[in-house]
Design a protein around this ligand. Structure first.
Ligand code: AMP
Ligand code: GLY
Length: 435
């Protein structure tokens, strides 16, 4: 008899986690709440569960009835709201930080002060609750370009990269005076703009040891060539060569290990994934933000390269034995994932459009993860959100993996679908079309 796990979440990230867990010989059942059609279709022992994940007592009750050994939490909201504290108090083991640990993502003001205290490289900044004081600071700041951020969780929004001081002041007014993000915007962080390449480095942590995953790059803008508005992520690739092995070693020691040690010094044992969003500047990698969880869509490509048993890693983190574990990655291939988004995304999204082409020849060999897909009235798969699917492929070179993932995306259709045709292009800097 194997063990049972419950994954919390329903997006492409959770699909990729369940897909990888399904390889584990240690697991009997993999449940996912609320899950999705795609997650249920991963393998026979993967099942979506209709649970209200905001009701922590109901989740705990369900875990006990279903002999769950470990709960893996995907999204930041339940972590920031204390799901791990609640389940742990009920005797249930969790992979994910407590509410205090999740502050590293959920409270940017706290997080920036934490980085300064523990000498984690980050942009210079000041925090404000008073709009006039913030604007005075901006107008007197020695640097022209600034980034203004709502301190709290604003669903990936709430960050304004301002072209000049006026734009930065306008952002302060929106966040502090007009309360555009509600309580998430009671404090603003104003920081220096950094230039360079953005790279995501994620690490497993058991509270003492960190084990880093290969670096990935997300593509946040909706359009080719990084144009148009920001989105939740239009694609990703891994490993990302825009950070050198030496810089990566520094990020492990000076960013991720320092953060886990710092949290420990603050009385927080950080168990789960710690994600460093970095800007690789001319003077080296700087931390833009921490996330307290796996990234989306980075996880969908990172999991394709993981050779070790994900559940064994999760257990080692939960049991504090990560230092004894050798996490193995496939270093012979690259993985690229292309997001298919629905019409109007990111401003709006169109639901209920029938999806075709999932089983076509071009998609065979690709792995398709579901982000916003449901079953329509006649049983067909239909769109159910802004980001709908991610088509991923691995290949010996980043360029060939990008071509394969882009071809797989092209073979999938639904009315109004759009996707970027240049995912991973920044890494090989070339103007050839991938289609
Ligand atoms: P954050 O949620 O703090 O990562 O910010 C969201 C996005 O804003 C990042 O992924 C960057 O693209 C951009 N950003 C945040 N801080 C800075 C900064 N100091 N300099 C330049 N870009 C930034
Ligand atoms: N890929 C960005 C995030 O997961 O927050």
């Amino acid at each position: 008899m194997g063990e049972n796990v419950l994954v919390i979440g329903s997006g492409g990230r959770e699909h990729a986690i369940c897909w990888k867990l399904a390889d584990s010989l240690l697991l009997n059942k993999i449940y996912c709440a609320p899950g999705s059609v795609g997650i249920s279709g991963t393998k026979d022992n993967v099942e979506s569960v209709d649970l209200n994940i905001k009701d922590f007592a109901a989740v705990a009750d369900w875990c006990k009835k279903n002999a769950i050994n470990i709960v893996i939490v995907g999204p930041e909201d339940p972590l920031a709201n204390g799901i791990v504290d609640a389940l742990t108090a009920d005797g249930i083991k969790c992979f994910g930080p407590t509410k205090a640990g999740a502050q590293i993502e959920a409270n940017k003001d706290w997080s920036k002060k934490f980085m300064t205290k523990y000498q984690i490289p980050t942009a210079r900044f000041q925090s404000f609750t008073d709009a006039k004081a913030a604007k005075d600071f901006i107008n007197n700041a020695p640097y022209n370009a600034l980034v203004v951020k709502a301190s709290g969780l604003a669903a990936g929004k709430g960050v304004v990269v301002a072209a000049n001081k006026q734009e930065a002041c306008d952002a302060v007014d929106e966040i502090l005076t007009d309360s555009k993000y509600g309580a998430a915007g009671e404090t603003v962080v104003v920081e220096e703009l950094l230039e360079g390449e953005e790279v995501s480095v994620l690490a497993f942590s058991d509270g003492d040891t960190v084990s880093i995953m290969p670096p990935a790059q997300d593509h946040k803008r909706v359009g080719d060539g990084d144009t148009g508005p920001n989105t939740g992520g239009m694609g990703a690739y891994c490993p990302c060569p825009l950070i050198t092995p030496e810089q990566l070693a520094d990020v492990k020691d000076q960013v991720l290990q320092r953060a886990v040690d710092g949290l420990k010094a603050e009385g927080v044992k950080y168990v789960g994934v710690l994600y460093a969003g970095l800007m690789v500047t001319k003077s080296g990698p700087m931390t833009l933000e921490f996330n307290c969880r796996f990234g989306d869509p980075e996880t969908q490509v990172i999991m394709l390269l993981l050779e070790s048993d994900l559940y064994q890693i999760v257990k080692a983190c939960v049991n504090g034995t990560l230092k004894d574990m050798q996490v193995k990655w496939n270093t012979n291939v690259s993985a690229v994932g292309v997001v298919l988004a629905s019409k109007g995304y990111p401003e709006t999204s169109t639901k209920g459009c029938v999806i075709s082409g999932l089983s076509s020849a071009a998609v065979r060999g690709a792995v398709v993860f579901h982000s916003g897909v449901t079953r329509g009235a006649n049983g067909s798969l239909v769109t159910n959100g802004g980001r709908v699917l991610l088509a991923a492929a691995t290949s010996a070179s980043l360029r060939s993996a990008a071509a394969a993932a882009t071809a797989a995306a092209a073979a999938i259709d639904f009315p109004g679908r759009h996707y970027r045709k240049d995912i991973a292009r920044r890494a090989f800097n070339n103007s050839l079309s991938l289609e």
